[in-house]
Design a protein around this ligand. Sequence first.
Ligand code: 0XW
Ligand code: MG
Length: 372
Amino acid sequence: MKITRVTLFAQNQPFRDGTYTCSGGRSAEGFESSIAKIETDAGLTGWGEMAPLGSFYDPSFLGGARAGMTELAPALIGMDPAQANLVNERLDLLLNGHPYVKAAFDMACWDLKARQAGIPLAEALGGRFGERMALYRSVPQAAPDAMAARAKKYIAEGYRRIQVKVGLEVKDDIARTEAVLDAVPSGTVIFADANAAWRQQQAIEFLRATRDLDYTLEQPCASYEANLAVRRHCDRPLVLDETIDSLNVLMRAWSDRLIDGITIKVARVGGVTKAKLIRDTAAALGLGVTIEDTGGAEINTAATAHLMMSTPEGVRQHTCDFYNWVTTRHTRPGFADKVFDTRDGSMAAPRGKGLGIEVDEKVLGQPLSVAV
Ligand code: 0XW
Ligand code: MG
């Protein structure tokens, strides 16, 4: 199988629930998605999607994604998309770093590889563990009562895992966390995610003041060293997200006994190939694993769903149903609800070949660029 054409599309994806705010006043109204369509001489088509969260969340931004993808697309022509490691090696040779630029291309190659094999992506990634995976919803930063109300709304929608966005003033963060915990039924799984915004001392203060509360701490500080210092004061599960950008850092954090779990973002690590490598390593080490992304809709949700479904249940944490976060679709009405079957705070991975997503190209509008 050889790649014959690479087409790029853009999609603005407004958030269903309005502005998304995380620590430091960083906010976004939606995702700006870049979508890759890869066609082959075998008559098969693959799809991939990458959407940064504004320009503030990860070292990635829309302008970089679009410029990098347009520059790299011609290099894919003639390559066999089923040989994912070869494709990755070539893209890494041609563009040093910038993993998020390569993520949608690699995703589309895996879609094609699994379609060619006639199996769902989860099976190509190692197998289907169970039927459904747990979802969480983030409660963006606001006043404690507003966050409690938002958490209640998500509980009413069926979610059983809530991520509380902290990372501002510690006393307010304590009030936010307490308000959300008071508002949700007992047994709700709570993650307090500071998105790397606390100084080391603030994280330690938060931990001290919330000793009696039940939650997992996510990404308290930005630097590796500050998180390591916080670990020594943390008697509860600690998960790193923003820090986990490569296999190297996973190995380092593992040997420093820094982490109980990780969050893998497909765009941050550069695609499905690298997410799988990090996932398989973390799972073998017995660490908790979340696989998600920085943004997107059905194409992206399908990729993370297949990665999660092929992760052993014993280490699986949770993921996002991003297609439900936004108001736009890639597929015809009703298709996403059918294939993801989201209910009771959990979803399934699509059963069709590859990503199992039938993209309705009309919703994507005119292409940004075409490479042949
Ligand atoms: C909650 N998320 C998955 C959505 C945004 O991309 C950021 C991210 C996070 O972990 O904060
Ligand atoms: Mg996070």
